[in-house]
Design a protein around this ligand. Structure first.
Ligand code: PLP
Length: 417
């Protein structure tokens, strides 16, 4: 049992370099976070060796008594976090959690209504290249032109017209809270299920800093690795016992085989962390920091979609400075600030170019950045963007180098791992 560094130096070196990258760069990707050592220990544990097809107490393999403890802890803690009766913690990812819900509640060819990708929805909510768009008749809603807020009137109109069997609320680039009550009223008006995909804001809900999908949603899905700050994975929660049974059958044997027991163990650890009072403070800081970042970017001459955020995520509209999302992502990357290009609603640019970048505060807040640091980061972003505005895609190398060295100093003051 030799060390990885000895048995596989190439791979060990890649991990080492990734650790250095995470330490030295400011992570602003809204869907990422930095897990605790405890979460990583659970995920890197011997539970990876175990097959446990089935559910707690009803497995298709022997020797499951200890992984059963892990899964039970994960389920109990998930139910406590979201005020729910039932949790399935086996989905390997957020996409598979959504697939599980569709498999349980829909037949191929059924109509679903979800937010379009270009308005802030997720691929799995009915986008054309995704299975959800190929196997279902996917109808898509968006946001209002005048204020970029979710267009509930359009949701109602499309629901009345297309009679979907399921409506999905949630997405990947929505800076404002969603009115779950209104979405449920629309769903009820056509006899549809309401499925809330809270992948992005689940941590905020868990901390009591964002309205809960319940009691309005029939079901909620989430990833466990974004604001919830756990291992990469997915989960389904509900209060409906009959639906819970269907979701269990849909995940196993419907779409998955053996659950990733090491990941489920790490989910249990992360959920335990999220139940602590410190997590509430963390999430309060996440929101305050995102607001500070948005505020300072606006002061510097950029705009953010809806001119702010209620959550951890903001969509920066770069058009006031006349630069593009792809060039900005690259220029910020050269300055060791990591983010992703992202279309803004009604974006005239192609998805490979875009007029925006998406930023988030979860990872930076985990390493200890406060509002002052996020305002400083906003100032650096403005400097780099101004370099692009003045010089085209090349940017301003001197400014980028200066910011990179300032970033290094900031990261050194807030070390991770
Ligand atoms: N749902 C939403 C709203 C998401 O933002 C994401 C991830 O980006 C997913 C689902 C999919 O999660 P995963 O990447 O784990 O499949």
């Amino acid at each position: 049992n030799a060390d990885l560094a000895d048995t596989d130096p190439a791979l060990a070196q890649a991990i080492d370099k990734e650790l250095t990258r995470q330490r030295d760069e400011i992570e602003l990707i809204a869907s990422e976070n930095i897990v605790s050592k405890a979460v990583m220990q659970a995920q890197g544990s011997v539970m990876t060796n175990k097959y446990a097809e089935g559910y707690v107490g009803r497995r298709y393999y022997g020797g499951c008594e200890y992984v059963d403890i892990a899964e039970t802890l994960a389920m109990e803690r998930a139910c406590q976090l979201f005020g729910c009766e039932f949790a399935n913690v086996q989905p390997n990812s957020g996409s598979q959690a959504n697939q599980g819900v569709f498999q349980a509640l829909l037949q191929p060819g059924d109509t679903i209504l979800g937010m379009s990708l270009d308005a802030g929805g997720h691929l799995t909510h009915g986008a054309a290249p995704n299975q959800s768009g190929k196997w279902f008749n996917a109808v898509q809603y968006g946001v209002r032109k005048q204020d970029n807020l979710l267009d509930y009137d359009q949701v109602q109109e499309l629901a009345t017209q297309h009679k979907p069997k399921l409506i999905v609320a949630g997405g990947s680039a929505i800076p404002r809270q969603i009115d779950f009550k209104r979405m449920r009223e629309i769903a009820d008006s056509v006899g549809a299920y309401l499925h809330v995909d809270m992948a992005h804001f689940a941590g905020l809900v868990a901390a009591g800093e964002h309205p809960s999908p319940f009691p309005h949603a029939h079901v909620a899905t989430t990833t466990t690795h974004k604001t919830l700050r756990g291992p990469r994975g997915g989960m389904i929660v509900t209060n409906d016992a009959a639906l819970a049974k269907k979701f269990n059958s849909a995940i196993f044997p419907g779409i998955q085989g053996g659950p990733l027991m090491h990941v489920i163990a790490a989910k249990a650890v992360a959920f335990g962390e999220a139940l602590k009072p410190e997590f509430k403070t963390y999430i309060q800081n996440v929101i305050a920091n995102a607001q500070a970042l948005s505020d300072q970017l606006i002061k510097g001459g950029l705009d953010t979609v809806t001119h702010g955020t209620d959550t951890h995520v903001l969509l920066v509209d770069l058009r006031p400075k006349g630069v593009k999302g792809n060039a900005t992502e690259k220029a910020l990357g050269r300055a060791n600030i990591t983010c992703n290009k992202n279309g803004v609603p009604f974006d005239p640019e192609k998805p490979t170019i875009t007029s925006g970048i998406r930023l988030g505060s979860p990872a930076g807040t985990t390493r200890g950045f406060g509002e002052a640091e996020f305002r400083q980061i906003a100032d650096w972003i403005i400097e780099v963007v101004d370099g692009l505005a003045a010089n085209g895609e090349e940017g301003n190398a001197a400014v980028e180098a200066k910011v990179r060295s300032e970033v290094a100093k900031l990261c050194a003051r807030f070390p991770i791992y």
